[in-house]
Design a binder for this molecule. Sequence first.
Ligand code: DMJ
Length: 621
Amino acid sequence: MEKAIKILKSSFLVIVVFFVFSEIFMYCSVAEGVTPDEARQLRDEVREMFYHAFDGYMEHAFPLDELRPLTCTGEDSLGGYALTLIDSLDTLALLGDRERFAASVEWIGKNLRFDINKTVSVFETTIRILGGLLSAHLIANDYTTGMRIPSYENQLLHLSEDLARRLLPAFDTPTGIPFGSVNLLHGVDENESKITSTAGGGTLTLEFGVLSRLTNNPVFEQVTKNAVLGIWARRSKLNLVGAHINVFTGEWTQKDAGIGTSIDSFYEYLLKAYLLFGDKEYLYIFQEAYKAAMHYLYNDPWYVEVNMNSAAIVWPLFNSLQAFWPGLQVLAGDIGPAVRTHTAFFSVWKKFGFTPEGFNLATLSVQHGQKSYPLRPELMESTYWLYKATRDPRYLDAGRDMVSSLQYGARCPCGYCHISDVESHKQEDHMESFFLAETVKYLWLLFDLAAGSDNLVENGPYKYIFSTEGHLLPATPEISLVHEHCSYFGAFCKNDSMRKRPHLSDVPFGSQETNGTEFQRVQDPTGFISDPISHESGLIKGFCQGLTYEQKLGISFLAATGKTQTEEPRDQQEQSLAVSDLEHSPSKAKRGDGNVPEHIPSDDNRDDGSVYESSPSNSKS
Ligand code: DMJ
């Protein structure tokens, strides 16, 4: 029996290697470089894609949550609070659309209310609504973004605080891990499921943490950190986490460990919470969690799901949510494996024109019941980050292919349609709000970067951390340096006696350090930068311990983890083709004993983070 399993395993790997090799070969042989002119055209085409969908939503669906782009109607899919508009706000700002950004912020400030009798997903409401409101607030309130709205008076911040308070009852559990859903008026429903996904409980820290730091109320940050610690405390001896957990008993009800469905953004927020808040506890957890993921889940270049206790492979399946991982690896400074995995994942896109929700690596076919492509952004996200890190034109070619697929396959009368079957390209009458929050945003950023970027993210006043919904969360002093003391050279640090008035937005644009770009400064003879306004606002410029080197650059977090990169010099790795990597390392992953699949994905095992026993209502993603 053991012998049979071994044979099965090695033939699986050979098939996968062959598949990837042939796809990559095809891809390399047909790719033609995107010129800077073409990059500009593509960027403008993506902008037009955004407006086709956004205008379609505003005309036919607003103020309902989402657009039905085939029939040009709308639907309430999450909470009935203009979800798509809120999710689109910072994309409007990024595109420089001051008029629509201001009008939307104004409408939301006047009309949005959360005292409604709706039971909503804690996760989705946090990442889409809370994140959307907070990022728009931080843009609208700050003239250094170039999008400040003069009449704006913190309405979105007040709404955010009100919303977050209504989500707080969900955290009242023995483990600190929140219920999946909560009623905005009455708290947790009596019959609410006690089972929640790891991503659902562990992907709240950025939005709640930002809110705490903007309101000087630590409770939001505390409950969400507690939830992460609650999940991590229940990790297996291998430092793996499962997919679903009982928030009362702390028992894992679904023990498949992976980087995709139901777990994905748990990993993402560990690193990003460190990057944004400088809280090293998140970094230490990320390092342990990442090391275990690369040890047990990585089957170069793919990732498999394994039993969290035994590391036995549960199912060799690519699922489309995994595609964010190479982007996260870029942030972690682990470029080599990111390049290889992106190439493999993109080969699935090339094969079908879209990525199916599930692709079976053993049968090399679309997983039964997981044929759809609901306009997901993950592959675009990783493509953007890898282009940013390597400037390798192959990522522009990949982006161009994705634009073509969307234009030819998904564009429909009033927006962009889900693809219900990647083999037949049959369209479905739905458009998720993340299409405008993320999918289009990452494509636009990719081509804008190639065209010689001129946007908030690349040239703006702060380093931005992207939330899992693609919302821009700036590392302002108020958010990032809240516990820090003065000072690192050139940074703005808080003056403790003036903690209540910390807005960098009061500091002129021309005097700030930006994401890798230094704006013009006036230097006085002492070597300090003279900036009277920063003193007025309670910020002092000088030497701050504040942001560490890693935080500023977003790299090198793997030092203590046992690197997964080979010893090649960095730029050589970045340039190397994944084909050569595949040739010599197909069987790298280490495994525990036992190979019996515990759970076979099917129609009931979706990508969306919802649970098997009883799905939290309003669960999406
Ligand atoms: C989005 O809501 C977020 O990116 C989330 O982390 C995963 N699901 C969707 C996109 O696929």
